[in-house]
Design a protein around this ligand. Structure first.
Ligand SMILES: C[S@@+](CC[C@H](N)C(=O)[O-])C[C@H]1O[C@@H](n2cnc3c(N)ncnc32)[C@H](O)[C@@H]1O
Length: 274
């Protein structure tokens, strides 16, 4: 897509979207007034959601920093969300000024905002936001913007940060990730997180189950997974130390808060391709 082709995608403002809600939890911004009742229900059921979301976002930045520090110069960020501080091109750009980033999302507001921002900041030579779905990985890999920006003979940094909960088992998430793995060069990295209740205390389990039911009602259903299920997504990848851990605990850059009861609800790991 050239800068002048940008046509905002039409929006359904009445149906809450996981992208807008997550963005609200990270930034506090209310994108549409019509999202407010849904947001309020989530606050009532999962009061720790904003903290969880910020910790997830901070993991993304640390993973990108790790990858860029290990020589990754091109990134495919799938389920990228609405642009906000600490986006992949900003974090990678601090280490690799000419880093290339292809963002992927299937949410209209995420696509519209990212395209507008990349265009306004004249970043389209090195970045793109493509409108595609993780459930169609070949479309992502073959997209003209992916082919323009990513050299598949060189290592790629794949980011699937908190997108897998939106992929039900019926869509075979492990096979989707395997398609991406088979397309990238040795030395590539992958970072993923996944909401889980496996290690959560009983009160948190109740809260998250109630929150998940709200999503199932009003937006996209969420799939919670165990550590073992999450681990299968790294098939063929060699996990970097400390392996599968909580997002807060992966290469932390600040002291861990042992009173953070949301901490066990988000598994995270980073792998590289031998
Ligand atoms: C919880 S947000 C995570 C945003 C960002 N990765 C982060 O961790 O800060 C999940 C994002 O995944 C996107 N998403 C959900 N299902 C998707 C799919 N099948 N294909 C592409 N994106 C998807 C949503 O629109 C949303 O922007």
């Amino acid at each position: 897509m050239s800068p002048s082709d940008f046509e905002p995608r039409p929006l359904d403002t009445h149906k809450p979207s996981s992208a807008r809600i997550y963005h609200h939890m990270v930034t506090g911004e209310v994108i549409f007034e019509s999202d407010l009742p849904f947001i309020q229900r989530l606050y009532d059921e999962i009061p720790f959601y904003p903290m969880w979301a910020r910790h997830n976002r901070q993991f993304l930045a640390r993973a990108v920093r790790y990858m860029a520090g290990n020589g990754i110069r091109q990134f495919l960020d799938i389920g990228a969300g609405l642009p906000t501080g600490g986006s992949t091109h900003e974090v990678a750009g601090e280490i690799i000024p000419q880093a290339r980033v292809v963002y992927v999302d299937n949410d209209e507001e995420a696509i519209n905002r990212a395209r507008e921002l990349l265009q306004r900041n004249q970043l389209l030579d090195t970045t793109a936001m493509i409108d595609a779905d993780l459930r169609e990985p070949e479309r992502i890999l073959d997209h003209p913007d992916t082919r323009r920006l990513i050299d598949f003979s060189k290592p790629v940094g794949l980011l699937l940060v908190s997108v897998l909960p939106w992929i039900p088992d019926a869509s075979q998430p492990a096979a989707l990730i395997a398609t991406l793995r088979d397309a990238v060069a040795p030395g590539s990295h992958i970072a993923m997180t996944h909401v889980s209740l496996q290690d959560a205390g009983p009160e948190i389990k109740k809260q998250v189950a109630a929150g998940a039911a709200i999503f199932a009602d009003a937006s996209t259903p969420v799939t919670l997974r165990t550590r073992q299920q999450f681990e299968t997504f790294f098939d063929g990848w060699k996990l970097v130390e400390p392996g599968i851990t909580y997002a807060t605990d992966w290469h932390p850059d600040q002291p861990l808060d042992n009173d953070d009861y949301a901490r066990p609800c988000n598994f995270a790991a980073l792998g590289n391709l031998p």
